[in-house]
Design a protein around this ligand. Sequence first.
Ligand code: ADP
Length: 540
Amino acid sequence: MSAINLLILDDKEENIISLSALLSDIGNINIISSTDPNEALKICWMKDISIALVDVQMPEINGFEFVSLLKSNSRTSHIMAIMVTAISKEDKYLIRGLESGAVDYLYKPLNPEITIAKVTSFIKQIHIQEEIIQKNIELEQSKKALIQANKDAEQARRSKEIFLANMSHEIRTPINGIMGIVHMLKSANLNPEQIDWINRLDNASNSLLLIINDILDISKIDSGMMKIEFEDFDLKAMILEFDKIFKFKATNKNLEFEVILDEALPQYVKFDTLRLQQIISNFISNSLKFTEKGKISLIVTNVENIGDQHTIRFVVKDTGIGIKPEAVEKIFQAFEQGDYGITKKFGGTGLGLAIVKRLSELLGGNVSAKSTYGQGSEFSFVTTIQKVEKSTHEKEKVRLQYTQLPKLDKLNVLVAEDNELNSFMLSHMLQTWSCNVKVVRNGILALEEFESNTYDLILMDTHMPIMSGFEAIKEIRNNHDLGKRNIPIITISASVLEHEQQAAFEVGADDVIGKPFNPVDLYNKITKNCSSKNENNITF
Ligand code: ADP
């Protein structure tokens, strides 16, 4: 602790000497004195005085006036002034002293104990005040550091989002090409061996897409951008669909697969079907991955219902390798796997269950895992789901290959896409539907083509060199020719980020399709936006 400067102002030298002697026992103070109030004022200005003991009766400037002068100046107003007086202890003097800004009184003849006790207590107060000031400075500094850290984190989050958007675009564009060609090959006349190759290629590109989707999902959830969308659907049919898909996969691994459905389950419900499927298929896919022999069961139970609110438990049980007890807690954290030997043997990113946990929270549910190492595991998802009556809007779904769809009456389509594989694939699909297709590689060429010929539809990639799809759309929507500028435009974007898709609508796109897309979805979007042509709505 630093020493405190204490000033004694008294017109009588002997008083100063006796007071100084009295205070000399108090440690950590420098005593400075003066018999002249004017000189004392200068000292207060020049030196860092914390306490002033001020005699009241002085010629020229009395103690009250001196303290008032101290208090009226911002450089000296912080000084604690204690009046030292021989005059009466009457209230009017006391009040005058306090009004002038003094904090206390000492009465002559001075009582040594009281004097020392008072001065010591004010020194303590000053030290406390100093500490408070220091703490405030530190607080202010850490507040600034915190604000900066927040800014940095926000900047990092934005950079991550931009990076993910770009990465997703860069990876999705070639996957889109690969998957499109796979679709095309599937409709070609192939021998059984070639069909097997194509199926393997299809599986590999689907896995690649799943990984990129997982990375995007976790970052969307983390940045609060994951949207939950409730819709009416047939719950029992959805569960039986799992039976079909996974029984086939399980049989390929010589595993049994069973689905046990509780009779009390509601048939039709309102929930986020996509996310529910994601959670259950994640559990089942893991079980398939980590089970070499035995059985996988999907058990769906109606735990209870209050009115139309059903508490439903989805359990996936397997007879697989199991998980060590110490790992069970960790596996719902991002990038965590049971143990690192597992990654080497089975692969995986460790994101699946982290996504499942976060999705379950978004859906107001709960996930948990039980396992006996070496014997098997059990994963559950429990949530409340609303029962509904059969949806009347539900259209009967027709399952067709894109090659089986009705022709599109020589629709003239301008395709602006810089990626050769994608434009090749788009042209092929459009030609299969009897469209006339012209392909250009950037926004400028798209504008030139749009000006000089007549088109019924533009399929516009958003990211292109020289002029982006967004800029080209803006130009088209500003065209002087009313007939031309209202041409239907569907943007094709590899970005799954909602704001980027939103941006496409804002510049004037009629619809957006993500990459990779299902050819039937593209067909449906074309027919929807070129309404005069075809009203079919087909599900692939
Ligand atoms: P990954 O993509 O690595 O499988 P997950 O998040 O889906 O990521 O799973 C994390 C870890 O949990 C896995 O690596 C594995 O160790 C363990 N795990 C998940 N499901 C099972 C299961 N059914 N049987 C054994 N271990 C499992």
